[in-house]
Design a protein around this ligand. Structure first.
Ligand SMILES: Nc1ncnc2c1ncn2[C@@H]1O[C@H](COP(=O)(O)OP(=O)(O)OP(=O)(O)O)[C@@H](O)[C@H]1O
Ligand SMILES: [Mg+2]
Length: 262
């Protein structure tokens, strides 16, 4: 069953000198319920712009976005805000936790806008979610007292506590070391799978991308299916700028080439 569909989506902006800048061009993408999709692209390729459109934070200048069978353009601002709060969870590179609030308060926050049992049981649900991400003992800790990996686990609990149908992650491991990043990513995958949410991860890290079931790359605003095996193969050879450029991927986080032999 299709959850989210983009057809012919483009985004351009008018620059101060009057010229048009095409950031995204003719993007088609279909995401099924429970799907895990990765999108890799180098800096400036349009990843955040695309994520903002997927998350109903921004509108395309052409094409259509359909979420749960409804065209997003047709929704009022209020309907869109409600749908976003209920159905979409965001995980960001810099965690975006509120300073001075405890882990429990951070995760309760999205439930303040829910109704019925979800609202009345909000503290219990938030505590359960924090337990699920391994932070049962840290409910009262503020972000300042948590490590980067722990802060991202709070952010994951916050993104998932309302049981969204879609999770959008923008460089979720970008601020973490490799091992912590791998642990956090495995957790994000697991909790998304458990709750039946679709997960779209935007990253420049091939190892993070490889966790998804379907892979795309974004290159100069154009989205294409990506062959990650090819990209990994290239990254274990002597790092060759032309191979990297041909793939349109960053291999910066791939394992170091064994003494340039290949
Ligand atoms: N409102 C805007 N006005 C002008 N240019 C913009 C605007 N928004 C984005 N751009 C440009 O569009 C391109 C894509 O931006 P975007 O932020 O989507 O890239 P990105 O892939 O997320 O990069 P990064 O990996 O560095 O975060 C960049 O060249 C950026 O400067
Ligand atoms: Mg970005």
């Amino acid at each position: 069953m299709t959850l989210l569909q983009l057809a012919g989506v483009a985004r351009s902006v008018r620059l101060p000198d009057g010229a048009n800048l095409d950031i995204l061009t003719d993007i088609d993408l279909e995401v099924e319920v429970g799907d895990h999709v990765s999108i890799v692209g180098r800096s400036g390729s349009g990843k955040t712009t695309l994520l903002n459109i997927l998350g109903m934070l921004d509108e395309p200048t052409a094409g259509t976005v359909t979420f749960e069978g409804r065209e997003v353009r047709g929704l009022s601002a209020r309907a869109r805000d409600l749908a976003r709060g209920r159905d979409i969870g965001f995980v960001f590179q810099q965690f975006n936790l509120l300073p001075g609030r405890t882990a429990l308060e951070q995760v309760v926050m999205p439930l303040m806008y829910s109704q019925g049992t979800m609202f009345w049981r909000r503290r219990e649900l938030a505590a359960e979610m924090l337990e699920r991400v391994g932070l049962a003992g840290r409910l009262d800790s503020k972000p300042e007292k948590l490590s980067g990996g722990e802060q991202q686990r709070v952010a994951i609990a916050r993104a998932l506590v309302r049981k969204p149908r879609l999770i959008l992650a923008d460089e979720p491991t970008g601020a973490l070391d490799i091992d912590t990043g791998a642990t956090v990513m495995a957790l994000l995958d697991d909790v998304a799978t458990e709750s039946g949410a679709a997960l779209i991860t935007i990253t420049h890290d091939l190892h993070v991308a490889a966790r998804a079931r379907r892979h795309y790359r974004l290159d100069g605003g154009v989205l294409r299916p990506a062959d990650l095996e090819l990209a990994f193969a290239a990254s274990t050879l002597t790092v060759d700028a032309s191979a990297e450029a041909a793939l349109g991927l960053s291999v910066a986080d791939a394992p170091a080439a064994p003494n340039g032999e290949g």
